[in-house]
Design a protein around this ligand. Structure first.
Ligand code: NAD
Length: 519
């Protein structure tokens, strides 16, 4: 039966879920199981970052539409939270297969709206898919605890239960992976979900919603609204929403954390980063330089785990010329062109911002060893391209060090010792990710113990944990106390009910009131 349902769902997706239905020319809202046109008078254009052509429009949902979406979530919660865990698991088992079968379709939409290369867009989908696969282990992940015989005839046990309507607010840079960190985990636990995708890349979330519906998710279990500040405020304020998952910039993340928490909601807020790669002179040079270049310039540096800051320790300073040569060899092109390594930035404003941060480095005394500002991409002259750029001789007071650049810019600092490198990193406000490149186990161990960063790679440049672990960015990169996905994700989306029960034999019944605390 599951096989037949799955094949039917798959046919439905292939036959009816073409882009024109949900995406173009206008992105629909997804309310109570229907893809509906917004009645709003306010629309935002969606651009292809490689050409700046308008490829669609996204509505700023009206208050009535947002209320209808939240009400739909509230109604659906009544039955969804009581749906057996095995039924929820079956839906997500079908869902993971449907995503797998449509990776290329999803990747095409990502490249069109976000700009990253097709291969990288497939990686975006794949890393989200892994979270969905992990969500299918819900039957183990939601197990409670029991302790029998805590005293005579008395047992204590816990249930892990859903919390209600949950909401997700997503950024532009991972249109598949980050929404998939959110609603699958929330929903598989028995919550219903209100998603607000990034207004710049809504298409992928809409296709993912259609696939979830085709996998059997009942109407109202997932609703999608679009917009900017008004939609974010709605999520932070609506009383039915019990928890908010946010990923994006510090400016928005701090605001949403404060406003949502004030309204009594759980909030987890994954924010900006400045990830340092420490290169020790004993590292495997070939491997390290390739890792560094890939992690600094992949996705045009628009990853929260991009390795955007290198610290060359001791003689590793001499590797700079080779680092520049390898970076120069990357091909800048539209993401849908074969062989493209580095695609465009999301918008002309992002390009201007990155270019001005490069200039600030020059003005403040850094050495511009590779300048990607004037790169020209044939056939895509209007795109938001910046080529790989390297600023060396950077010091911690410079603006290009203090700010998250979020572009294809690698800044390089130097240190005389590992201690100096660690102290520099621990003074930086962010704590998302870091990596050390070394062949010395003791060096690696010292680093992993002393560096105050939430995710550490040893000879691994972008150490994003797989979903059986959690995404554990720390300090200025995170607000909240429970992280995304893995055990912590399940914890975030559930609450515990603890039952203490006593079943006494008839002859052990209390003969008088017990007025003191039982000991
Ligand atoms: P963004 O903060 O501009 O947007 C994220 C979401 O917040 C969007 O849905 C947007 O509509 C909303 N938003 C934007 N500005 C807002 C404001 N002032 N008030 C309320 N809501 C607002 O982020 P972005 O540009 O889409 O994404 C890039 C940022 O996300 C980078 O800083 C990057 O490091 C960060 N990021 C972090 C992680 C992580 O896990 N730590 C992962 C991916 C991206």
């Amino acid at each position: 039966v599951a096989g037949a349902a799955f094949r039917a769902a798959n046919r439905l997706f292939n036959n009816h879920c073409n882009l024109t239905v949900i995406l173009q020319p206008t992105t629909k809202l997804f309310i109570d199981g229907k893809f509906v046109e917004s009645n709003t008078s306010e629309w935002l254009d969606i651009h292809n970052p490689a050409t700046n052509e308008v490829v669609g429009r996204v509505p700023k949902a009206t208050q009535e539409e947002m209320l209808a979406a939240a009400d739909s979530c509230s109604r659906a919660f009544q039955s969804w939270s009581e749906t057996s865990i095995l039924s929820r698991q079956q839906i997500f088992l079908r869902y993971q297969q449907l995503i797998k079968d449509n990776v290329k379709e999803l990747a095409k939409v990502i490249t069109l709206e976000q700009g990253k290369t097709l291969a990288d867009a497939e990686g975006d989908v794949f890393r989200g898919l892994q979270v969905v696969e992990h969500a299918c282990s819900v039957t183990s992940l939601m197990l409670g605890e029991t302790l029998p015989s805590i005293t005579k005839d008395m047992d204590t046990y816990t249930y892990r239960l859903p919390i209600g309507v949950c909401a997700g607010i997503a950024p532009f840079n991972f249109p598949a992976m980050i929404p998939l960190w959110m609603f699958p985990i929330g929903m598989v636990c028995g919550n219903t979900y209100l998603m607000k995708p990034s207004e710049r890349v809504p298409g992928c979330t809409m296709l993912l919603a259609k696939m979830l519906q085709d996998s059997g998710a009942p109407d109202g279990t997932l609703n999608i609204i679009h917009g900017q500040h008004a939609a974010v405020n709605f999520v932070c304020d609506h009383p039915a929403i019990k928890a908010i998952s946010f990923v994006g910039s510090n400016q928005a993340g701090e605001y949403i954390y404060e406003r949502g928490s004030k309204n009594g909601k759980r909030v987890q807020s994954n924010m900006g980063a400045k990830n340092h790669g420490v290169v020790m002179p004993d590292a495997n040079k070939e491997n390290t330089l390739n890792q560094l270049v890939g992690a600094a310039f992949g996705a045009a540096g628009q990853r929260c785990m991009a390795l955007s800051t290198a610290i060359l320790v001791g003689e590793a300073r001499d590797w700079l010329p080779e680092l520049v040569e390898r970076s120069k060899a990357l091909r800048v092109n539209s993401g849908d062109q074969p062989g493209a390594d580095v695609g465009p930035l999301i918008s002309p404003e992002a390009k201007d911002r990155v270019n001005s941060l490069i200039q600030s480095g020059v003005d403040e005394g850094a050495k511009l060893l590779l300048d990607g500002r004037n790169v020209r991409v044939k056939g895509y002259e209007k795109g938001n391209f910046v080529g790989p750029t390297i600023l060396a001789g950077v010091s911690p007071e410079m603006t290009c060090y203090k700010e998250e650049i979020f572009g294809p810019v690698l800044i390089v600092l130097e240190a005389d010792s590992l201690d100096e490198a660690i102290s520099l990193i621990n003074r930086n406000k962010y704590g998302n990710g870091t990596a050390i490149f070394t062949t010395n186990g003791a060096t690696a161990r010292k680093y992993t113990h002393e560096v105050d960063v939430g995710q550490i790679g040893v000879n691994v440049p972008i150490p994003v944990p797989l979903p059986m672990f959690s995404f554990t960015g720390s300090r200025g990169s995170f607000r909240g106390d429970t992280n995304f996905y893995g055990k912590q994700g399940i914890q975030f989306y559930t609450q515990i009910k603890t039952v203490t029960s006593q079943w006494k034999a008839e002859d052990a019944t209390l003969k008088s009131p017990a007025v003191t605390m039982p000991t």
